[in-house]
Design a protein around this ligand. Structure first.
Ligand code: IMP
Length: 442
């Protein structure tokens, strides 16, 4: 099994980091293909918590880590994560990877403020400059990793030219004059280029060679399918493609890999729904309010937020919380084609009675079969149809047979509604608290 894609099936924060870390034991490579340090992966090993934003989670197991050209790379964050790891990391970064500059962060925040003040319709981004960075890439005015680590004079020229245009936009459109000096940015980025130069690698070539060599590779998705720039709830989405097919363009692989090599796609499903930014969440227990107002949240949302630590790893903002939504999962499934799911954070639901799972939507009194991801108005008018089951109390389980009856029933409902087996069940943030059900070793 050379290729394993681990993909988020909901709105991100499904617990992919733990699953990648767990499965990473058997892999040679862990590769990222999209997103940037808007992601936040948390892994707990023997009580110690490790947080990653940009570095592939495989770094914790000293695996070979690769960052493909679909990633928006903030070199300041990457340098910090390399330093914090306190060891030599085996990392390769594709020269074609777009680079985040400080003005991207400022533009991100300025645009969000403007939208909030004008129409109250901001996205709720992580303010990491992700959108503006990909925008520059698509407009062909961005800087890439190759520019960062290449000729210093050329880098300085490129930064100065772009800086000028961004400052005009910030001043004229957003009425702000940031305390950002081009000389300092140039100096900082030249130093970062020097530091990161040794990591440059043709990731496309490396991954293809590893596949041919029958080495095991984990493709680590960031965010979740419903945040996909095209297939999520646009415009309340991120600016990349978290879905599984994006490994082709996010790394540079031909579509024939899926017929020439064995691939396995695991969708990570959190036992309930959370969303960080704004946008429709049909099963929301926070009355669809964004930002979250604890006073109007249902009591279940408060319990889930508290027990699940549902506060953004990157932003520190409370996440909106809702019941699990299998209509959304089916949509996600059709885009990702996962043959199995890993269910995470089921332990968080302990003590909530009864539990609900959305199995259909009603719109204008009619059952809606398909998920209209593009029609946010229609989505916000949908009502969830729930299956209700008895809750469960705190439990300890080392194997599937030990799980409480209600947990097993919860799993069955998801499997029935999505026609997808759950093969991994994560019962805490700890690496060791992972249960398998008919899971085929990778
Ligand atoms: P951006 O990716 O910072 O531009 O933010 C766009 C939207 O995606 C916002 O609603 C963010 O909260 C959301 N988002 C981005 N990254 C993540 C993530 O890793 N987990 C959950 N939500 C995310």
């Amino acid at each position: 099994m050379p290729g394993l894609i681990v993909v988020g099936t909901q709105y991100g924060d499904e617990g992919k980091g733990k699953i990648v870390d767990f499965l990473g034991e058997c892999a040679s490579y862990v590769v990222r293909y999209q997103g940037g340090n808007n992601a936040g992966h948390t892994v707990v090993v023997d009580g110690k918590t490790y947080k990653f934003h940009l570095m592939p989670a495989g770094a914790l197991r000293d695996k070979k880590c690769l960052i493909g050209c679909g990633v928006a790379l903030d070199p300041r964050q990457l340098a910090k994560e390399i330093d914090n790891s306190g060891k030599k990391v085996d990392l390769g970064i594709d020269p074609r990877t777009p680079i985040i500059l400080p003005y991207h962060n400022i533009l991100d925040g300025a645009r969000e403020n403007r939208m909030r003040n004008k129409s109250g319709s901001e996205i709720g981004t992580t303010n990491k400059g992700i959108g503006p960075c990909y925008e520059d890439e698509k407009s062909r005015i961005g800087l890439r990793f190759f520019d960062l680590v290449g000729n210093e004079k050329k880098l300085e020229k490129m930064i100065r030219e772009r800086f000028e245009e961004k400052m005009i936009i910030l001043k004229e459109v957003h009425n702000i004059e940031p305390q950002l000096l081009v000389e300092e940015v140039v100096k900082e980025y030249i130093a970062l280029g020097k530091k990161l130069h040794p990591y440059m690698a043709d990731v496309s070539k490396k991954v293809f060679a590893a596949l041919k060599n029958d080495e095991k590779i984990i493709f680590e998705g960031a965010q979740g399918t419903l945040l996909d720039i095209a297939f999520g709830n646009y415009p309340k989405v991120t600016s990349s493609h978290p879905m599984s097919g994006a490994i082709l363009t996010g790394i540079g692989l031909p579509p024939t890999i899926f017929q020439d090599f064995k691939f396995r796609i695991i969708g990570v499903v959190k036992a309930y729904t959370t969303k960080v930014g704004s946008g429709p969440v049909i099963t929301c227990l926070d009355h669809n309010k964004w930002p979250v107002d604890e006073n109007v949240s249902e009591k279940e949302a408060k319990i889930i937020r508290k027990n699940g630590g549902e506060v953004g790893t990157t932003t520190g903002r409370p996440r909106r919380v809702g019941w699990l939504d299998t209509v959304l999962l089916n949509y996600s499934q059709s885009l990702n084609s996962c043959k199995e799911f890993a269910l995470t954070k089921i332990d968080v639901l302990a003590g909530i009675h009864p539990l609900k799972i959305a199995v259909a939507y009603k719109h204008n009194g009619k059952i809606l079969k398909d998920y209209p991801s593009w029609d946010l108005e229609k989505l916000s008018e949908c009502e969830a149809v729930y299956e209700e089951i008895d809750g469960f109390e705190n439990f300890e389980a080392k194997k599937y047979a030990d799980l409480p009856k209600s947990v097993k029933r919860y799993i069955e409902i998801i499997e029935d509604a999505t026609k997808t087996p759950i093969t991994i069940i994560s019962t805490s943030a700890e690496r060791k608290d992972t249960i398998f059900k008919n899971f085929k070793k990778i």
